[in-house]
Design a protein around this ligand. Structure first.
Ligand SMILES: Nc1nc2c(ncn2[C@@H]2O[C@H](COP(=O)(O)OP(=O)(O)O)[C@@H](O)[C@H]2O)c(=O)[nH]1
Ligand SMILES: [Mg+2]
Length: 324
């Protein structure tokens, strides 16, 4: 999604990487400092590896990833004296191995001659669905794509207004209904209109009232059903939006939404906040779902493709990160 001129792209990338690194400071702080104190002039023995594993678990990476990294770091280095920087770079490389397969950017191109690409956004309240849709609409419109938004979170007037503001700025039409209106009906109407008017992309917002799991499940199922009446392949993408600051809780959200919605990809937001970015690694390892985008701030330029190695280095606090 970064298709500007080279130098512009580079400085924008520098900016978001800095924000990402700052955001990951909680995880990175734990990792870099602890690695620094474990590996000052020390042999890489079992005790050192135990300590490393513990630090990785504390940084939200999860038990399985921690074990995997322990083994990878030990390989070829066991019983050698090793520096903290060497450990950080080995950690970054191993994290990148886990993350590379899920770094699959969104394909926003139209689904076919007669249908727009339909992207459904799901996730708990406050995760960043509406903001992400606004940013994405702006980005895609900026690339000359014809985008329409359906304000499917009909329970929150603020969500509708929020989208109208983004839509106005981006010159993107926003299909809305009355407060409490049937979200599926709205989604149907939007897709009908988007098809008739030749739009390339339809972004659909939804409510995130997870406290009423049955209700939400049937609402999402109904949205899917009515969309499929117009295009059997719609929605072409169902993106689960996750707030990185929720840490381990994000894992259970992937489980729940995986069950109630057919999630095809993830968006991880708020990686610029006091983020606990390590959880993204645990999610990648456990679920293998594509990470379509990340959010590193509230501005339109803060929606980014997920770069596995840059993220891994930022998380590991590896010095090589500045080249990423
Ligand atoms: N710092 C930061 N804030 C974000 C990001 N994405 C969303 N937010 C904020 O998170 C809050 C909730 O976002 P919203 O889109 O309304 O969540 P929704 O309930 O899932 O639709 C808003 O204040 C957003 O501005 C991000 O990447 N970084
Ligand atoms: Mg919302």
């Amino acid at each position: 999604m970064t298709d500007g001129p080279d130098d512009k792209e580079k400085s924008a990338k520098g900016g978001w990487l800095r924000r990402l690194r700052e955001g990951l400071s909680r995880s990175t702080g734990v990792l870099t400092e602890s690695i620094g104190s474990i590996f000052t002039k020390r042999r890489l023995d079992n005790e050192a590896l135990d300590e490393l594993e513990e630090v990785l678990i504390r940084a939200d990476l999860g038990v399985r990833v921690a074990g995997r990294i322990r083994a990878a770091v030990a390989k070829g280095r066991f019983d050698r004296e090793i520096s903290a920087e060497e450990i950080r770079e080995a950690l970054a490389q191993e994290l990148a191995v886990i993350l590379a397969p899920v770094a699959q950017p969104l394909d926003p191109d139209g689904a076919g001659a007669t249908s727009p690409r339909v992207i459904l956004f799901v996730g708990v309240n406050g995760a960043g669905k509406t903001t992400t849709i606004g940013k994405l609409a702006r980005l895609l419109a900026g690339q000359g794509k014809r985008v329409m938004i359906a304000a499917g979170d009909t329970f929150r007037a603020a969500a509708v207004e929020q989208l109208q503001v983004w839509g106005e700025r981006a010159g993107v039409p926003v299909v809305t209904g009355k407060v409490g209106a049937d979200a599926a009906g709205l989604a149907f109407e939007a897709l009908e209109r988007a098809r008739a008017e030749g739009f390339a992309v339809l972004l659909i917002d939804t409510a995130g009232r997870l406290q009423n799991k049955e209700g939400l499940m049937s609402e999402l199922a109904k949205i899917r059903r009515v969309l499929a009446k117009l295009d059997p392949a719609a929605p072409h993408e169902t993106l689960l939006v996750l707030d990185a600051t929720t840490g381990q809780n994000a894992l259970s959200q992937v489980e729940v939404f995986g069950e109630i919605a057919k999630v095809t990809g993830l968006v991880m937001t708020k990686l610029d906040g006091t983020a606990r970015g390590g959880v993204l690694v645990a999610i990648a390892e456990r679920f293998g779902l594509p990470i379509r985008m990340i959010g590193v701030g509230e501005g339109v330029e803060d929606l980014q493709d997920f770069d596995a190695l840059a993220f891994a280095r930022a998380l590991a606090g590896s010095a090589a990160r500045s080249e990423a």
